[in-house]
Design a protein around this ligand. Sequence first.
Ligand code: MN
Length: 256
Amino acid sequence: MKKTRRKKPILVTNDDGVQAPGLKVLAECLSAIGDVYIVAPDREQSAVGHSLTLRHPLRIAEVGPRMIAVEGTPTDCVLLAFYRILPEKPAAVFSGINFGHNLGDDITYSGTVSAALEATLLGIPAVAVSIGRTGEKVYYDVAAEFALKLGRKVLRTGLPKDTLLNVNLPNVPAGKIQGVAVTRQGRRSYDDVIVEKVDPRGRAYFWIGNGEPRWAEASGTDIHAIRAGKISVTPIHLDLTNHSAIEELKGWKIEK
Ligand code: MN
C-alpha cells in the first residue's frame, strides 16, 4: 500500500451557517491541501462581527465527518476548534465562502472576516473569502478554486505578521474574471439605513440595512477592483491605531 504523507489540519468556518453552500464547496476544494475540519455556526450569524458568546454555554453537534455545528458565533467556532476540537494547531483557517461581499468599512461588521481575525490573533494564517450576490447563479466553485490556489501559496510562504487576507470575488464564471488586484480597504456609506414601519398593533418598529451602499470612487481599493471585474485581495492588519494621528493628539497636551 502506498504511504501518503499525513496532511496538516485546515479549519474551515463561516458566518452563513454550517449548511451554507459556500462552506461546503470551499471545504471540498481545500481538502486537496489539508485535512479539512469544518467548525461553523449552527445557523446564520452574518454581521455579528467579532462577538464572543460569554453568557450562555456553547453546545456543539457533530453533523458530519469532521463537521461540527456550534451554537455560537464565528469567533466562538475558531476558539473551540483551536482549543478543543482539532487534533493539532491548523496550518491555516479559511472563512467563507460568504454569500455577499465584505468590502470597505463593512468588514468591521463581518462575521466572516472576524473569524479570520480571531485566527490571526491565535497566530494562524487566515483567509476570508466572499463572493458577490449579483445574478441567479453563485460561482462558489470559482471562488473555491482561487482559495485553493491562494491556500497553496499561504501554506508555502506564510503570511506577513499579524495579517489576514480578505478576498472578494466578482460573481462571474472563471473566464470572465479580469485579473487579481492587491488592494486596500475602501469607504462606503449607506442611504436610508433605518427603515421605520408600523406593526399590527400600531407601534413603530425599525429595520436596519435597507438602502444601496454608496462607494467612494478611489483607485487601489477593494471596491474598485470588484467594479473592474477583478478578484480583490486585501491584507488586513490587526492594529487599528491611526498612526498618523498620534503626533496631532500629542499636540493636544492632554493632562491627567
Ligand atoms: Mn454571511
